[in-house]
Design a protein around this ligand. Structure first.
Ligand SMILES: Nc1nc2c(c(=O)[nH]1)N[C@H]1C(S)=C(S)[C@@H](COP(=O)(O)OP(=O)(O)OC[C@H]3O[C@@H](n4cnc5c(=O)[nH]c(N)nc54)[C@H](O)[C@@H]3O)O[C@H]1N2
Ligand SMILES: Nc1nc2c(c(=O)[nH]1)N[C@H]1C(S)=C(S)[C@@H](COP(=O)(O)OP(=O)(O)OC[C@H]3O[C@@H](n4cnc5c(=O)[nH]c(N)nc54)[C@H](O)[C@@H]3O)O[C@H]1N2
Ligand SMILES: [Mo]
Length: 651
């Protein structure tokens, strides 16, 4: 089958990466096609039916109590799938423990935006890049992780936009940078604070914006100016001339966008790092104008939609926090008397709770937590303590499938339909271009489970469009009606994206208590695991261009395996020399928590820093499970590891 690009379609304008194009192949390979069950994870699975499996799950839910039940959802689910799952979990099973892998992804950005501007709202669109003079890419590698957007970056650069890349690794994105800053891993707050100090001292800030639209400037400034500029620079381990070059470019650029992703968010100080970025834009008034603003690059296809639907355990639904008033509104809307009243456990907290034997049932949908959560040895032990693990998935061989008791097949991309929101608030349609036979789409599985629990009427949707329309109606409950998804039209977005929340911060009025943006003083506390004699390297993890996470789809496609190996470790040339390593050497990488093997790739990464891609399914045996105290996002990057050459007997 051939796919044809629609060049006029907004968001990607007909562009796709190699992974996207390969979707026509991955629809058929490696699929789970039958519901399966087993009593013990040591047993083989045996076939069952949707009805039998869902009846069994419903009976177990009735035997348990809401707080002992968890739902683990995904930023890759479509809005309709998310909506029905969230409605079932929070509205009718009555558990607040319904979270998503977006917790491991951009929850630090969510909290950062809310603290600075009062709302989980991305105030930049992709098209802004065409009006931008300076793009700062910090802790992100769009050349491999946002391939289509990266093409737009390159185009804008040709038109005169400058690009600064700040990353301890010399990435494919760094390769096109006008200025590349190889800062010490984990020192971003120091660099951003240094920049803010200089802007204030040289009066290169936007005084009008600060006076009229900003809170806390005086106290922020007082704390900030107590920091020592020299020490900050030293902490970043960069030359002062390089900083000056960056600073010069910054103050001479009219419109500035800062774009960031996992090198910032995935940190024990992920929220603080986000605040440091937001501060910079508040100080300089670089927000709410074309071509400027703090731009969190969202990772998964529908991580934004998940936030809007309310899939995180810190919201009930549609951007609504757990206040008494909101709970009443939602209970009335869903006609439910079973709603939880406060935040539930976040992703990793559910696993911590399982490790104490406090979880009876975990329903996992479109996500592979055993693979993707940090400190995997701990995670595996916790999973073994959950009496019933249900995995709803489209593909075989996830790491979680090794720990699940029931596996339920779902229709994959290409056979399902619905809507999703991309990183710049464009709501688009996903079409089924193949018939999926008897397999059910994710939302139908949750709706069927709802029926089995006795809520036939509340889950009586006939089509995906009906689900969408109920969700739309619910977005009217959002504060100040800012989430205007209710204005979209399911048929129209087939050809034209709907952009929600355009110009929400009109006239620089934010969604805080007094409509002003908040400055927060933040400081680098170096809270990540520190290197030691035994573990002298800092581990950074991330993506490669042609593989998608655990590779259940992409690692099946031969042409996608050509770009980079799946299980490599990047190491600095001089470090490699000291350890006697060459390209292709095999090494054992160990942390306090576990060990894995990998193949050496020598690169221009900073010294004493190594990188392992998450296409290496074992990467999280190494990673640290420290969490940011507010966003609860894990500190995946920045654990300490050792590297030992593996000597084969017959080498
Ligand atoms: N090909 C491909 N693309 C994807 C995905 C995929 O699996 N494959 N996944 C999607 C998802 S879910 C996500 S979340 C996004 C992620 O998108 P990105 O975050 O852009 O991708 P990562 O490779 O995780 O890049 C993080 C970068 O942060 C750098 N970094 C690490 N520590 C630090 C630090 O302390 N400071 C700074 N400044 N930089 C640091 C790393 O070296 C790395 O280059 O990608 C999305 N796109
Ligand atoms: N060390 C380290 N760990 C990380 C990260 C990192 O940078 N470093 N990044 C974190 C981030 S940002 C993310 S987003 C996560 C990603 O981690 P995950 O989201 O767990 O990874 P995926 O491989 O995308 O898992 C999706 C699962 O859904 C299945 N699936 C595919 N299509 C469908 C469908 O239509 N329906 C259903 N029900 N299932 C389907 C796939 O087969 C797969 O098993 O990893 C996190 N973990
Ligand atoms: Mo992500």
């Amino acid at each position: 089958m051939k796919l044809k690009a629609i060049k006029s379609y907004p968001a990607n304008y007909g562009g796709s990466c190699a992974k996207g194009i390969s979707q026509t192949k991955t629809i058929y390979t490696n699929r789970v096609l039958l519901p399966q069950k087993r009593a013990d994870i040591a047993d083989e699975f045996s076939p069952t039916s949707y009805d039998e499996a869902l009846e069994f799950i419903a009976s177990k839910i009735k035997e348990s109590e809401p707080k002992r039940i968890g739902f683990y959802l995904s930023g890759q689910m479509l809005n309709e799938d998310y909506y029905v799952a969230n409605k079932l979990a929070k509205g009718f099973v009555g558990t607040p423990n319904c979270d998503t892998n977006s917790r491991t992804c951009m929850s630090s950005a969510v909290v950062g935006y809310k603290k600075s501007f009062g709302l989980d709202y991305v105030p930049v669109r992709m098209e802004d890049i065409e009006h931008c003079n300076l793009l700062i890419v910090i802790g992100a590698n769009p050349a491999e992780a946002h391939v289509v957007f990266f093409n737009r970056i390159k185009k804008a650069q040709k038109m005169g936009m400058k690009v600064v890349v700040i990353d301890p690794r010399f990435t494919m994105s760094a390769a096109i940078a006008d200025i590349y800053i190889p800062l010490r891993v984990g020192s971003d707050i120091d660099l951003l604070n240094l920049l803010s100090i200089r802007l204030i001292k040289d009066n290169k800030i936007d005084n009008e914006f600060i006076t009229n639209h900003t809170n806390n400037f005086e106290s922020y400034k007082e704390s900030l100016l107590r920091l020592d500029e020299k020490q900050l620079l030293q902490s970043c381990q960069i030359e002062s001339s390089l900083f000056e070059e960056f600073y010069g470019l910054f103050i001479n650029s009219k419109n500035i966008i800062t774009a960031w992703a996992m090198g910032i968010n995935q940190s024990v100080q992920g929220v603080d790092k986000n605040l440091a970025i937001n501060n910079l834009h508040i100080l300089t008034g670089q927000i709410n104008r074309k071509g400027s603003g703090p731009f969190s690059l969202t990772g998964q296809p529908n991580a934004m939609g998940g936030r809007e639907v309310g899939g995180l355990s810190t919201t009930i639904a549609v951007h609504l926090d757990y206040s008494e008033e909101n709970c009443q509104k939602v209970a009335k809307f869903w006609n439910s008397s079973n709603l939880p009243t406060q935040d539930g456990l976040t992703a990793f907290e559910m696993i911590e709770s399982a490790s104490k034997g406090e979880l009876d049932i975990l329903i996992v949908c479109h996500v592979d937590p055993v693979y993707h959560l940090p400190n995997r040895n701990f995670v595996e032990k916790a999973f073994k303590k959950i009496p019933l693990v249900v995995e709803i998935t489209a593909y075989r061989d996830s790491e979680t499938s090794k720990f699940s008791h029931i596996q339920i097949p779902a229709l994959p991309f290409g056979q399902k339909e619905g809507t999703q929101t991309n990183m710049d608030r464009s709501l688009t349609r996903v079409e089924a271009f193949e018939d999926g036979g008897d397999i059910l789409q994710d939302w139908r599985i949750f709706a069927k489970l709802g029926e089995k629990l006795g809520y036939k009427e509340q889950f009586n949707f006939r089509t995906t469009q009906e689900v969408f329309e109920e969700y739309q109606e619910m977005t009217k409950l959002s504060d100040k009606q800012h989430l205007n998804i209710f204005e979209a039209d399911y048929a129209i977005i087939r050809n034209r994206a709907f952009i929600w929340g355009e110009n929400l911060y009109r006239d620089n009025r934010f969604f805080t208590h007094n409509q002003k943006a908040n400055l927060f003083f933040v400081e680098n506390k170096n809270l990540s695991e520190q290197t030691s004699k035994e573990f002298p390297f800092t581990l950074v993890t991330g993506r490669i261009r042609d593989q998608w996470h655990n590779g259940s789809k992409t690692a099946q496609v031969k042409s996608l395996l050509k770009h980079k190996k799946l299980k490599f470790i990047e190491i600095n040339r001089d470090d490699a020399k000291e350890l006697g390593l060459k390209n292709g050497s095999r090494v054992l990488v160990s942390s306090k928590r576990g060990a894995i093997e990998a193949e050496v790739v020598i690169s221009n990464i900073n010294r004493k820093t190594v990188f392992i891609p998450i296409s290496h399914r074992g990467v999280n045996y190494l990673t640290d499970d420290k969490l940011d105290p507010l966003s609860k996002e894990p500190d995946y990057n920045h654990g300490a590891v050792s590297i030992k050459k593996i000597k084969y007997l017959f080498q």
